[in-house]
Structures are given as structure tokens and as C-alpha cells.
Write a protein that binds this ligand. Structure first.
Ligand SMILES: Cc1cc2nc3c(=O)[nH]c(=O)nc-3n(C[C@H](O)[C@H](O)[C@H](O)COP(=O)(O)OP(=O)(O)OC[C@H]3O[C@@H](n4cnc5c(N)ncnc54)[C@H](O)[C@@H]3O)c2cc1C
Length: 389
């Protein structure tokens, strides 16, 4: 049985981010094992996110970025200038290559390509059982991003963000590389929140994605029909070639997804509840939380520190928005339209990024339909009380 200081179970976005920050600190001298069932050799996803300036350490691999984005909704359309924010895109393959190149230089970091069967907490350490031979590894801490969330609590809101995207190439130059489309709600909503986004990669190449917030997936052909219809009838494109396809499902949930599941097992990434419940964005929060883990290990010798109730107030805002959407109290398209119409875009992005003061939050929240959001807030409190009984 091999013993390590840290085992990172799952070398995807969160596992590799954590490993990267450990490797940038004095903790690089600790023994670290990364276990993943798959090698990271394909461009299996792209991450979009917004940030002010160049805060993340992966700026060198940002594939495209935009400071102006378009927003379309039947009652309100605008070119949104993001102020000091940039909307950025990182390709999965560039992220994996960049981080792995960094990690491979450290002889204290080992990799094994095995499927993990079980992770258990014991007084001696956390055990990971993996591979065909059921090899056991033990560590002071296991950081687990392989756990699949169950999400079945009837007192919570469990929506899905699901999307299908095509990277397309056109014969003629039709895309403005300086302007992405953040949200285009000019599509049949069918009582959900449905929109397209377009990330122009060159005048003839773009990633176009059809995204839904709803409680059920669509049949596969429905995504294709909508993409085809949008490209032809809304954008007016007829001649294009599909270069690459992407499909994904991200949980939009306010069900508690604890990071700590034992003294020595910490869940990270989607498994650790890093996904922002109301938007599905995970990349920036993963950078923030994995950096916090490294900071805590360095300062208090433990990965997690209790977050104050006040700092967790954003979860309540997320629950209220999920309640509005899940109960169809007000169309999601109009909520976003009102937010962008009545606030500075940078302020909306800061709010969604949990980077606002309480006063700023009150101001932003006063710009959504108050009646429906108050009913939703009362329902959220009612459900919370019921879940305690
Ligand atoms: C197609 C797609 C696009 C997305 N786009 C965005 C975006 O634009 N912006 C954003 O903020 N978020 C986005 N997300 C959400 C989120 O950022 C990603 O899902 C992100 O990859 C989550 O990181 P993670 O480490 O939690 O999971 P993953 O990156 O999926 O990593 C988990 C790792 O665990 C491994 N693993 C799983 N089970 C086992 C096992 N039993 N044994 C061994 N290894 C195992 C997997 O091989 C994988 O490498 C997207 C998600 C998808 C699916």
C-alpha cells in the first residue's frame, strides 16, 4: 500500500487546478498522487467565464476573449459593454496540456490511469481503491472530484443546464470576432429558459450552443433541430460545415453538496458543489475554491475553513432564482432582460460572480419582478423549514 500526503481523485478541471496551485506553493514538496480513469488528450469541453483584467493564472492559454457581447430577448436587445470585465474562453485541451506540462516537472507528483472504485475515511487516513487489481492507496487527504451528485431532495430545487454546441465553419466571413453573443432568447421557450450563445473564433468560424435551464433533457434530435433552425432562420446562415460537437449537462441545484465528507475526504469541483446554482458556471469558482484550499493548508494546516453565514448569502439568492424558474413564476428570459436593461452589465456580472457588496445586491435585486421573487423567497423559506421537520 502506497502512502501519499495528498491524493487527487479525478484529474479533470478541479483536480488539475488544485494540483496546479499546490505545485505553485511550498506544498509542491509533498507527495501527491493524481488518479484518473482517462488521459486528458482531447478537447472534450471549453470553459467560458468572465473576470476583471487578468486575474487567473491561465491567461496565456485564453483562446479568445471579448469585451463587448450581444444580448437578445424579444422585448430588449443590446450590445453590452462589459467595462473592466472580459468574457473569456479556454479550450479544455489547452488547459490540460498547460497544467500537465507544469505538473510533470515535479517528481513528487505521480499519475495513475485507473478507475476509482471506492474512497473511504479511516482514522489512519483516507483510502482509495482503484484499478482492476483493486490497488489501495492511502493519503492524509483525498480531494475527490469523481463523486456523482445524487440530487433528489424534494425540498430543494434541481434543474439542469443542458446544451449542445457546434463549432461551425462558413464559406463567407460572417462573424465579428470582437463581439460574442452572450444570450439570445429569440427561440421558442416552451415554459423553460432557452437561449443560444455564439463565440466567434474567426470571421468564418464560431462555436454556437443551444442551452436550456429545465428539469428534463430533450430527445437528441431536438437540440439538432433547434441549432439548425437558429442558424438558418435567426442568423441567416445556409452554407456551413460542422467541425466539432459538444454536449453537456451541468446541475443547477441548491441541494447541499458538502465539500467535507469525512475528516480526510474533501469533494472538489462539481462534486463539491462548486457550480454556481443559478448559472451553471464552475470554472472561476473552482479556481477560487482550490486556491482557498491551498491557502488554508498553508496557514491552518487543514484544507477547509468554515465560511461565514453572511458570505453564504448568495446561495439564498440562487435558491430564489431557481424557485422562480422551476415554478415558472416569471420567464427566465425576461429576468435576464430586466437585469441587463436596468443595471450596468459589469454590475450584473459582479453580482453573479458573488463579488458585490450587500448594498449593491439590494439594488440589483430591486430590478427584478418583486412580486414573483417575494413569493419565491417565501416558498424557499417554507421548504427550508419543512426540510428541518
Ligand atoms: C461540455 C461542458 C462544457 C462546460 N462549459 C463550462 C463553461 O463554459 N464554463 C464553466 O464555468 N463551466 C462549464 N462546464 C461545467 C464545469 O466547469 C465542467 O464540468 C468541469 O469540467 C467540472 O470540473 P470537475 O473537475 O468537477 O469535473 P471533470 O472536469 O469532469 O473532472 C472529473 C474527472 O474525474 C474522472 N473520473 C470520474 N469518475 C472516475 C472514476 N470512477 N475513476 C477515476 N477517474 C474518474 C474523469 O475522467 C474526469 O477527468 C462545462 C461542462 C461540460 C460538461
Amino acid at each position: 500500500m502506497r502512502r501519499y500526503d495528498f491524493i487527487i481523485a479525478g484529474g479533470g478541471m478541479a483536480g488539475l487546478s488544485l494540483a496546479y496551485y499546490l505545485n505553485q506553493s511550498v506544498l509542491r514538496n509533498k507527495s501527491i498522487l493524481i488518479i484518473d480513469k482517462a488521459e486528458k488528450k482531447t478537447n472534450d469541453r471549453t470553459w467560458c467565464f468572465w473576470e476583471r483584467g487578468e486575474r487567473n493564472p491561465f491567461e496565456a492559454i485564453v483562446y479568445r476573449k471579448w469585451q463587448v457581447v450581444d444580448f437578445y430577448e424579444p422585448t430588449f436587445s443590446a450590445q453590452l459593454h462589459l467595462g473592466d470585465y472580459w468574457y473569456k474562453m479556454i479550450r479544455g485541451i489547452d488547459f490540460y496540456t498547460f497544467v500537465l506540462t507544469d505538473l510533470l516537472q515535479n517528481p513528487n507528483i505521480e499519475f495513475v490511469a485507473q478507475t476509482i472504485h471506492r474512497i473511504t475515511n479511516t482514522p489512519q487516513g483516507a483510502f482509495v481503491i482503484a484499478g482492476d487489481e483493486a490497488t489501495t492507496y492511502i493519503a492524509d487527504y483525498v480531494f475527490d472530484s469523481t463523486y456523482t451528485l445524487k440530487l433528489t431532495d424534494p425540498h430543494r430545487h434541481n434543474l439542469l443546464q443542458h446544451f449542445k454546441g457546434w463549432e461551425i465553419e462558413t464559406d463567407q466571413p460572417v462573424f465579428d470576432v470582437n463581439r460574442a453573443t452572450l444570450m439570445d432568447f429569440r427561440v421558442f421557450q416552451d415554459n423553460d429558459s432557452r437561449f443560444f450563445y455564439i463565440l466567434p473564433l474567426s470571421p468564418t468560424r464560431a462555436l454556437v450552443e443551444y442551452t436550456l435551464f429545465s428539469d428534463k433533457l430533450l430527445p437528441p434530435e431536438a437540440y439538432v433541430d433547434q441549432l439548425t433552425h437558429y442558424l438558418q432562420h435567426t442568423i441567416g446562415l445556409t452554407g456551413y460545415t460542422i467541425l466539432h460537437e459538444e454536449f453537456g449537462v451541468i446541475p443547477m441545484t441548491d441541494e447541499p453538496t458538502p465539500e467535507r465528507v469525512g475528516k480526510r475526504i474533501i469533494r472538489i469541483g462539481t462534486a463539491g458543489g462548486y457550480t454556481k446554482a443559478s448559472t451553471g458556471y464552475t470554472f472561476v469558482r473552482t479556481q477560487r475554491f482550490t486556491q482557498e484550499i491551498v491557502g488554508n493548508l498553508l496557514t491552518i494546516g487543514k484544507p477547509l475553513k468554515k465560511r461565514s453565514l453572511f458570505r453564504r448569502r448568495h446561495r439564498l439568492y440562487d435558491s430564489i432564482l431557481l424557485n422562480v424558474l422551476a415554478n415558472h413564476r416569471y420567464p427566465g428570459s425576461e429576468v435576464f432582460a430586466q437585469l441587463f436593461r436596468r443595471n450596468e452589465p459589469a454590475q450584473v456580472l459582479a453580482f453573479l460572480d458573488e463579488d458585490t457588496t450587500f448594498q449593491e445586491e439590494l439594488k440589483i435585486m430591486s430590478t427584478v419582478p418583486l412580486g414573483q421573487f417575494t413569493v419565491a423567497a417565501l416558498d424557499v423559506f417554507r421548504k427550508r423549514v419543512l426540510s428541518l421537520i
